[in-house]
Design a protein around this ligand. Structure first.
Ligand code: ADP
Length: 191
């Protein structure tokens, strides 16, 4: 099995690249942001709770997110592997993911970080907000808050996966196709 984590700041292109990688390696793509947004659109209890955090650019609490992620993985037994996009975002989430996979005799194969400067990310997110109507993409202070959450909580995971020898950086600037090729080359060289 290939279990990949796509890592990077908001707007770095995780969702876009996950779609290509998923098709090439026949993996299941789990985006926690997408699952939350689906729940918001269906007005579930989970959606209402998540929305109160997401709209402010804050992370949804770990216990809620972890439970949801485990349920998503359990929906797809006997697959070639998973791409985790937007998860884990905290050390607790990473530890829980390792434990959860280990119970199934599985593990993370590699973590691929898409690296893009914050000023470019702000431009991308504002544009995305205009097209998608996403509340958290339309306001610079909310975007800034998401970067702060990343810098405070998520960036610690670089060390976490580096310590496991599983952390790789890909330049996330340039043509989408070129970035996809960089990722394929990296995966093919390691797996
Ligand atoms: P982006 O990477 O552009 O921020 P996402 O769709 O991945 O977009 O996430 C949007 C929001 O969903 C986050 O700002 C956060 O509120 C919530 N979210 C997504 N994944 C997680 C997670 N693993 N833990 C906590 N909150 C999450």
């Amino acid at each position: 099995m290939i279990n990949l984590i796509l890592f990077g700041k908001p707007g770095s292109g995780k969702g876009t690249q996950a779609e290509f990688i998923k098709n090439k390696y026949d993996l299941i793509h789990i985006s926690t942001g997408d699952v939350f947004r689906y729940n918001i659109s269906m007005q579930t209890e989970l959606g209402l709770l998540a929305k109160s955090y997401m709209d402010k650019g804050e992370l949804v609490p770990d216990n809620v997110t972890i439970k949801m992620l485990e349920a998503e993985v359990s929906k797809s037994p006997n697959v070639n592997g998973f791409i985790f996009d937007g998860f884990p975002r905290t050390t607790i989430q990473a530890e829980m993911l390792d434990k959860f996979l280990k119970n199934k005799d599985l593990e993370i194969s590699m973590t691929i970080a898409l690296e893009v400067d914050e000023d470019i990310l702000i431009e991308r997110l504002i544009n995305r907000g205009k097209e998608s109507g996403r509340v958290d993409d339309q306001d610079k202070s909310k975007i800034q808050n998401r970067f702060e959450e990343y810098n405070k909580k998520t960036s610690k995971l670089i060390e976490y996966y580096n310590n496991q020898g599983k952390f790789y950086i890909v330049e996330g600037l340039g043509e989408i196709n070129d970035i996809t090729k960089r990722i394929y080359n990296l995966i093919d060289s390691k797996i």
